[in-house]
Design a protein around this ligand. Sequence first.
Ligand code: AP5
Length: 213
Amino acid sequence: MIAGAPAAGKGTQCAKIVDKFGLVHVSVGDLLRAEVERGTEAGKKAQQYMDQGDLVPNEVVVEMVKNRLSQGDVKEHGWLLDGYPRSASQAEAIEKEGIRPDLFILIDVPDEHLIERIVGRRLDPETGTIYHLKFKPPPQEVTDRLIQRSDDTEEKARNRLKTHNKNVDAVVSTYDDVLVSVDGTRSMDEVFESIDGLLTAMVEKHELATVGQ
Ligand code: AP5
C-alpha cells in the first residue's frame, strides 16, 4: 500500500514501482475518475465529493476496491494499492476480507510543499504520464494535449489536504507493524531509491521464506 497527502508523489512512485516490480497499480482516484468519465451512477455520486475534496462515501468506494482486488491480473501479479484506505472504516472493511499489505509506505511531505506540486501538475491523457511544470517539465511535443485535473486548484487542494490530515492517523495506526515512512521532499529518483530498497528487501524475504517451505 502506498499513502501520503495529496500530491505527495504516490502516482509518480507507483509508475516507477510498476515498471520495476510488475505489480498491478490500483489507484482509487483513477478508478473514480474513470467512473465519472463513463457517467455511471457511481461516477455521478462520486463527482460531487471529489469536486469538494471530500472522501467519496464508502458505499461507492469499498465494493469498487474489493472487486478490483479480486480480478485475475491482481491475483497473478500482486497489487499496489494507492489511495485506499483513507479512513478507519475503509481499513476495517478490507481487514475483514483478509486483505493486508506486506508493506505500507507513507510518503511524507510537509504541507507547505504540496500546493505548489498540485497547481503545477499536468497529465498526459494519452500515456498517463504525470508531469510538473517546474519539477518535471513536459517535452514540447506533448504540451498541447496536457490536461489539468479539475480538483487541482489551490482552494480544492486545501480541502483535500484537510481531509487527509483528519484521517491519516487512523489509517496509519492500522498498519503500524508494516509501516515505513519515506522522506518525499527529495527528488523523484531519490524517493524511488528508498522505495526500491524496501521492496527489493521484501521480495528477497518472500523468496527465502518460499525456499524454506
Ligand atoms: P487521488 O487521485 O488519490 O488524489 P490525491 O490523494 O489527492 O493524490 P494525488 O493524485 O493528487 O497526488 P499523488 O500523491 O499521486 O501525487 P503525484 O505523483 O501526481 O484522489 C482524488 C479524490 O478521489 C479524493 O480527493 C477523494 O475525493 C477521492 N478518493 C480517492 N480515494 C478515495 C478513498 N479511498 N475513499 C474515498 N474517496 C476517495 O505528484 C503530484 C505532482 O508533484 C506531480 O506534478 C509530480 O510531477 C510532482 N512530484 C511528484 N513527486 C515529486 C518530487 N519528489 N519532487 C517534486 N515534484 C514531485
